[in-house]
Write a new protein. Structure first.
Length: 201
């Protein structure tokens, strides 16, 4: 059943504070999963033209597996949706997958929100974004106005992904502290849901 789940999934093609969160989370996950930090760190190199989350997680040491979960969860388009079900289906410790996945997903969001002004200015200076909102932003704005920050944050994974959502909520007038709070709630919520659902399959 687990192998079938993996196949189906793969077939669908400041900062000090942040670093403290990462470090603390990594140590907690290592402790809870019983990993040996001195374990061999051998890992297969990534092949850009033939990339597979499953093979990357399967063919490496336990410690690197959880570090890869962190990296994949931090990667737009992969995030929690891909890494949690696949990691659990491969027999990894569900708690470790959930913790590393949560941290990997939320740290980039925190950085985007904290450095929003610099990121926005950099993008505008290079012409990546303009003054007028794109169609996708207009749709997001309507959703934001209808359901507010809490609804937008929880629906972010379905709408645009958490990384883009973190940027958009600030362009639409959300306060940074509230954005941090509700994006954290959203990522924690979906981490629990995906972990629970993956264990039930």
């Amino acid at each position: 059943m687990k192998e079938k789940l993996v196949s189906r999934l793969l077939g669908r093609n400041r900062p000090r504070g942040c670093f403290s969160i990462v470090g603390g989370g990594v140590l907690l996950a290592v402790h809870l999963t019983g990993l040996d930090p001195t374990f061999s760190l051998g890992v297969n190199p990534f092949l850009i033209g033939d990339f597979s989350i499953e093979e990357s997680l399967r063919n490496t040491s336990p410690l690197i597996q959880y570090l890869l979960v962190f990296i994949f969860a931090a990667t737009p388009a992969l995030e929690l949706w891909a890494v949690i079900p696949i990691g659990i289906a491969l027999g990894m410790n569900p708690l470790g997958v959930a913790i590393f996945g949560f941290l990997g997903n939320i740290i980039p969001v925190y950085l985007i929100i904290i450095f929003f002004t610099r990121i926005k200015n950099w993008l505008q200076a290079r012409g990546y974004i303009g003054e007028n909102p794109a169609k996708s932003r207009q749709r997001s704005y309507k959703f934001f106005k209808k359901y507010g920050l809490p609804g937008f944050a929880v629906g972010a994974p379905f709408l645009v992904g958490v990384h883009i959502a973190a940027f958009l909520v600030l362009t639409m007038g959300a306060k940074r502290r509230k954005a941090l709070l509700w994006m954290t709630v959203s990522i924690a919520f979906w981490t629990v849901i995906l972990t629970t659902a993956s264990l039930a399959l």
